[in-house]
Design a protein around this ligand. Sequence first.
Ligand code: CA
Length: 227
Amino acid sequence: MKVLIVEDEKKIADYLAQGLTEAGFVVDLARTGLDGHHLALTEAYDLIILDVSLPDVEGWRIVQSMREAGSRIPVLFLTARDSVEDRVKGLELGADDYLVKPFAFAELLARVRTLLRRGTVATTDTTLRVADLELDLLRRRVSRDGKRIVLTAKEFALLELLMRRRGEVLPRSLIASQVWDMNFDSDTNVIDVAIRRLRAKVDDAFDAKLIHTVRGMGYVLDVPDAA
Ligand code: CA
């Protein structure tokens, strides 16, 4: 899951980015409204956390132009101003929820998960399934043939990506940008190692292998007959 944080206060921005990264999200950080506005309209995110009060472009404006452009990415507003007027304005312009500063990280995380759940429920099921492999997005659990598989946050993100794009050969560069938020120039060995670990957990104990290497191209997850 990829999240954009638009926040000019360095301390809060870094704190949020670190917390969400540790919780298994891929995080982009925009420190100005202009950057945030650009990213919100051009990149694919599952959720945007948006500070209302930014020095250049106000948070309101960003959500307004997102909605005008037809973007339905859930937006969580951060506001220091706990006035009814601010909340109403934000929600009217298309924000999905708001949080008043200061807030506890646990509360933010709870709101984020609720918004993602809402978004996911509207578009698709919250459990991804390929053959007997199941990935529960809400409880963040994976099982195969009914047996629980314990994954790290990165392994979970990697498996989620592979399952969401089942049958599609994913180049390492795409996996790097979606799961590690790094460029292809970075050490791609990281991806091969992670795939190996994931296979050990997901495939090794089963006859039907789901994760396949497509030589020179990347990786694909599918049932053996189709791959
Ligand atoms: Ca601010």
